[in-house]
Design a protein around this ligand. Structure first.
Ligand code: SF4
Length: 524
């Protein structure tokens, strides 16, 4: 054994991610959004030691990891054996990568910090480059990378699928799309010395070709399905075919997390209320069966949901109530649920043009009513959401933005605890709008600023109420969260009134110099 208590035999394959993706974030999944933060708001030492400390590790292996890395670990272990694949925090790379290690696979959700909401935070706040970009380049600068074959994959792989960028960053291969079948095939070919194209597109696995995870995931995230089927034109998950895992498979992934000491599970799909559905109408029986079985796993203390569609909640209020009731009655001390959701716009015209399916089975004209009623239904069942709005959708007019402002004003009149997060449209490769231009601060009109001001004003009223929910925990953790949240809220407050009047918060009219990444040349 080595001095780290590991077998001296190094694994053939290491999987890793930049440091912002290798943290449990001290206060859970919502705080995990701060991976999108630019440098310069919180001191680096505070961010990486208190706010986003590294995941616990043992013998150089990360005990918790991003779900995408865990799925790749399991897929590769099926072919090469579990001893030959290790999921490793960047700080342990040097000690784990040995002579036998040949490939380092890097996963990521936003390598260059150009996806929403990172791009928007960076452009608006203009305090520095985004942490995810900083830490990704830092990872690639690790001397170990020069000695091994570097393969990039994950949701943001499209950002690096350009041979000039790959050359500058010493990246050997980029894998695009789903990897359960094609990543093991690709790694086998690399290890056998075959010559491959540098950019490879993945094959879509059937649900029974997706393996169970072998280790715990960050925030206990467990995938219950892929794809959406509502067809919004700006969206990339929409491009995946709609598929669901079996309840038995999901429960095994939940149990793996619970055995590793997790107590909170987050069920991930694009709309948890449509688990097991064949089209838009939910299959209530399957949804309730899923929650019943997950809530019955010994040791579980909290069930979260990653995404919910407002139209599904609006059209199925009894299902919302039944799921909440099931969770609160079966899981001791659980009394609220959380999810992300999309409002995107208050304009029925833009809904009809870009996301008609978002409203189904209703027509686009009902969207405003659906949003307001759905938040009411979710509030009544203690289901708290973080909802996105999109600025600068292609073909947007001033009137469309005014419709969004009016919708946020209406939401403010309710007592909803949900947050509204305005984001700028980003043209993402793989979406139906990937030839359109992205939106940025330089294109913002008076009305966009007003919308931004209304959203932040709403959120600044909600955040203190959400923070009070942490009051049960009177320890240092809740004090630190309040400290950081108050600091950020104060930083924003002074700009809110200006924005609500339609004035930009700064004299700056050009985009932030940090918005577009300078790709360093790491070849030297
Ligand atoms: S409802 Fe959400 S996940 Fe589904 S296509 Fe629209 S944006 Fe994408």
């Amino acid at each position: 054994m080595s001095r780290f208590g590991m077998s001296p035999k190094s694994p053939k394959i290491i999987l890793t991610a930049d440091e912002t993706m290798m943290s449990k974030y001290r206060w859970g999944i919502f705080v995990g959004f701060s991976t999108c933060m630019p440098r310069g708001i919180l001191p680096d030492w505070f961010y990486f030691s208190v706010w986003a400390p590294p995941v616990p590790r043992k013998n150089g292996r990360a005990l918790y990891a991003d779900f995408g890395l865990r799925i790749m670990e399991a897929s590769l272990a099926n072919v090469f054996g579990a001893d030959e694949v290790a999921v490793v925090h960047p700080r342990d790379l040097k000690r784990v990568a040995g002579d036998r290690t040949e490939i380092i696979g890097i996963g990521g959700h936003d390598f260059l910090g150009i996806n929403p909401p990172t791009s928007e935070f960076v452009d608006m706040l203009d305090t520095g480059p985004p942490y995810n970009r900083v830490k990704f380049f830092e990872l690639l600068r690790n001397p170990v990378m020069r000695e091994k074959i570097v393969v990039i994959g994950g949701k943001a792989a499209w950002q690096l699928a350009d041979e000039e960028i790959m050359d500058r960053l010493n990246i050997d291969y980029v894998h695009l799309g789903e990897g359960e079948i094609s990543v093991p095939e690709m790694f086998k070919a690399i290890l056998e010395g075959e010559k491959l194209p540098r950019i490879i597109k993945g094959k879509e696995p059937a649900p029974d070709e997706i393996p169970n995870i072998l280790g715990a995931t960050i925030h206990g995230l467990v995938e219950i399905g892929r794809g959406c089927g509502r067809g919004c034109a700006f969206c990339t998950p929409n491009m995946q075919r709609l598929r669901y895992q079996s309840v038995a498979h999901i429960v095994r992934d939940v149990e793996t997390n619970i055995k590793a000491g997790q107590r909170s599970i987050c069920l991930h799909s694009e709309d948890v209320l449509r688990y097991g559905a064949k089209g838009i109408p939910p299959n209530e029986e399957r949804v309730l069966e899923l929650f019943r079985r997950v809530a019955s796993v010994d040791g579980i203390k909290d069930i979260g949901t990653s995404h919910i569609a407002l139209a599904t909640a609006y059209h199925n209020p009894r299902l919302v109530e039944a799921v909440a009731e099931m969770c609160y009655s079966k899981v001791e001390d659980m009394n609220w649920l959380g999810a992300q959701t999309g409002i995107e716009t208050g304009s029925a015209r833009l809904i009809a043009k870009h996301m008609r399916g978002k409203v189904l089975p209703s027509p686009p004209e009902r969207w405003r009513e659906i949003v307001l009623q759905a938040f009411g239904i979710l509030d009544d069942n203690n289901w708290i959401c973080a909802a996105t709005l999109i600025n600068g959708l292609p073909d947007e007019t001033t009137d469309d933005v005014i419709k969004s402002i009016e919708l946020v004003e209406d939401l403010k009149k309710t007592s909803t605890l949900s947050l509204v997060v305005p984001m700028n449209f980003v043209s993402m490769r793989g979406s139906a709008l990937d030839t359109e231009e992205s939106f940025n601060i330089g294109k913002m009109t008076r009305e966009h600023w007003q919308l931004m001001g209304e959203c932040i004003d709403h959120d600044l009223r909600v955040v203190p109420r959400l923070l009070r929910m942490y009051r049960d925990n009177k320890g240092i953790k809740s004090w630190l969260l309040s400290f950081a949240a108050t600091r950020m809220a104060n930083a924003l407050q002074k700009y809110v009134n200006k924005m609500r009047r339609g004035e930009p918060p700064t004299d700056r009219h050009e985009i932030s110099k940090w918005l577009n990444p300078d790709i360093p040349d790491l070849r030297a």
